[in-house]
Design a protein around this ligand. Structure first.
Ligand SMILES: NC(=O)c1ccc[n+]([C@@H]2O[C@H](COP(=O)([O-])OP(=O)(O)OC[C@H]3O[C@@H](n4cnc5c(N)ncnc54)[C@H](OP(=O)(O)O)[C@@H]3O)[C@@H](O)[C@H]2O)c1
Length: 251
């Protein structure tokens, strides 16, 4: 049975990816910050608590190779901590966001991939965001942390080229995450309109760079991860954009 690790599997997209991989026959370990009893679909995979803001915990996880070896590692975890609504968040909040979204994943993935046996190929898929192409004052810190993750991911691809490892980016447009859907419903209730109308306005008016009519569904994300995993060594250094063209066709 092939083994997969999903980092950030306790909620939303990560939990959907871990659940689908398990349903497709993978043996899946998923990590998250919250306790196991608060994890959606926890019975589908082995859940390990791992707080990426805790350096010692991350180092311990790396030391035991994250319970590997793995055939697939999906890095999905993210914090939106410093998207507080203030134009310029506090320095501490920005630093934490950079650590959790970029620096710790770099260190963590490097450690896990370096521990992979030479005779077992491992595909690593790092989830990124179209926000790196168009940030706003509210999202700038988040977008910059994801842009840093993108650069660090590319360097891992170069570093591990001679090894039995490939590192690819899956760059996503706006997802139907539970928080967004809840926000749409709240706005819809406040204005006495359908949530679908709020979603349409979110995509067309509030974010004029989106050229899509709907959010990027989790099934398409899963199929993209499965495709990258299936490519094996050819996926190294690849960037797969699933954003409906919202990032602009010439980039
Ligand atoms: N949502 C969007 O519209 C969108 C658009 C483009 C790209 N993306 C990308 O898609 C991915 C998933 O996004 P999402 O909105 O589904 O994320 P999410 O709901 O916030 O879930 C992210 C996961 O990261 C974990 N996490 C957060 N802080 C952590 C920490 N300090 N240590 C360990 N784990 C931590 C969460 O665990 P806990 O919940 O247990 O804390 C959760 O399992 C991210 O990489 C994001 O950048 C999202």
């Amino acid at each position: 049975m092939k083994r997969a690790l999903v980092i950030g599997a306790s909620h939303s997209l990560g939990s959907a990816l871990a659940g689908r991989l398990a349903a497709d026959g993978w043996s899946v370990t998923g990590t998250g910050r919250r306790p196991a009893e608060e994890v959606e679909d926890a019975s589908a995979f082995d859940y390990v608590r791992l707080d990426l803001s805790d350096n010692a915990e991350v180092e311990r996880f790396v030391e035991r190779a994250g319970g590997g070896p793995y055939d697939l590692i999906v890095h999905n975890a993210v914090t939106y901590g410093a998207m507080s609504g203030q134009p310029v968040p506090e320095l501490d909040a920005l630093e934490t966001m950079f650590r959790v979204n970029a620096l710790v994943p770099y260190r963590l993935l490097h450690g896990l991939l370096a521990a992979q046996p030479a005779d077992r190929h491992c595909n690593c898929v790092v989830i990124n965001s179209d926000s790196i192409y168009h940030s706003t004052p509210q999202t700038a810190g988040y977008a910059a942390s994801k842009a840093a993750l993108r650069v660090l991911t590319a360097s891992l691809a170069t570093l591990f080229r001679p090894a039995a490892v490939s590192v690819a980016t899956l760059l996503l447009g706006p997802l139907p995450d539970p928080k967004k859907l809840e926000n749409f419903q709240q706005v819809a209730d406040r204005h006495g309109v359908e949530a679908a109308e709020v979603r349409r306005r979110f995509l067309r008016k509030a974010n004029p760079w989106y050229v899509i009519d709907d959010l990027i569904d989790f099934d398409a994300c899963y199929r993209s991860v499965a495709y990258l995993a299936d490519l094996g060594p050819s996926a190294n250094g690849m960037m797969c954009r699933l954003d409906g063209g919202s990032a602009g066709s010439l980039i």
